[in-house]
Design a protein around this ligand. Structure first.
Ligand code: GTP
Length: 233
């Protein structure tokens, strides 16, 4: 099942569906001159942040991921309407003990935020206001796009969070809502569509304040992380 919902404000005018992806001008591209956007993926431990980002960047489902320590970095470069866009995805740790020293780094110069919950865990859904609050505490500008993703839709029998409930929360924050599954192969294009929706939004939004994340900081943090945790890229 794939559901894409927009908020009434039409903030995300471009929402990419499976069908539109098939005809889209978006291609994989690994050229040197890409605009770089930092996207952080936030939410409780075990909701599937690693699996979602790995599905988007690596194409596969990770059945036995280890808990993220600090942050794992993944990247994918796309060519959108002739422009090279590199999405630098920060897969953050859900467990407090693995994230507390990193929180400042997560939010610095972030361009977009994906809040993830698990549709089979009401607790992970009820944590969302705290994650959103943390983000607000770090003074992330309001123009930074935020989206809500309910993962593990393949576990239909165990669902604890209805689409209705999730949509109500999404509407209250004015965020678009997506429900998907990192595990279900049939949802692969839908996972791509979530990130592509953000990529198009970022590409077309060129505020003067937009600051590129420093490549040197990124490389240094990535090197530190590699020592701590295996990289699945
Ligand atoms: N059924 C199902 N299981 C999933 C899905 N996505 C992730 N999982 C499983 O959920 C568990 C946690 O996945 P992770 O991606 O490591 O979760 P996380 O949010 O990154 O966890 P932390 O690194 O601790 O923050 C793993 O056992 C995955 O195999 C999904 O879409 N469907």
């Amino acid at each position: 099942m794939a559901i894409e919902n927009t908020t009434g404000s039409n903030e995300f005018a471009t929402i990419y569906t499976r069908e539109s992806l098939a005809n889209d001008s978006c291609q994989e591209y690994d050229g040197p001159q890409a605009r770089v956007f930092k996207i952080i993926v936030i939410g409780d431990s075990n909701v599937g942040k690693t699996c979602l980002t790995y599905r988007f960047c690596g194409g596969k489902f990770l059945s036995n991921p280890e808990a993220t320590i600090g942050v794992d970095f993944r990247e994918r470069t796309l060519q959108l309407d002739g422009e090279n866009i590199k999405l630098q995805i920060w897969d953050t740790a859900g467990q407090e003990r693995f994230r507390k020293s990193m929180v400042e780094h997560y939010y610095r110069n972030v361009h977009a935020i994906i809040f993830v919950y698990d549709v089979t865990s009401l607790a992970s859904f009820e944590s969302l206001p705290e994650w959103i609050e943390e983000c607000n505490h770090h003074s992330v500008p309001p123009m930074v796009p935020r989206i809500l993703v309910g993962n593990k839709c393949d576990l239909r029998e165990s669902r604890e969070v209805s689409t209705f409930l999730a949509q109500r929360l999404a509407d209250s924050y004015n965020f678009p809502l997506f429900e998907t599954s990192a595990r279900d192969l049939a949802e692969k294009e839908h996972v791509d569509a979530i990130f592509l929706t953000l990529a198009y939004r970022l590409k077309n939004h060129r505020p003067l304040r937009l600051k590129q994340p420093s490549e040197s900081n990124f490389i240094q943090l990535a090197a530190e992380q590699e020592e701590k945790t295996p990289c699945y890229c």
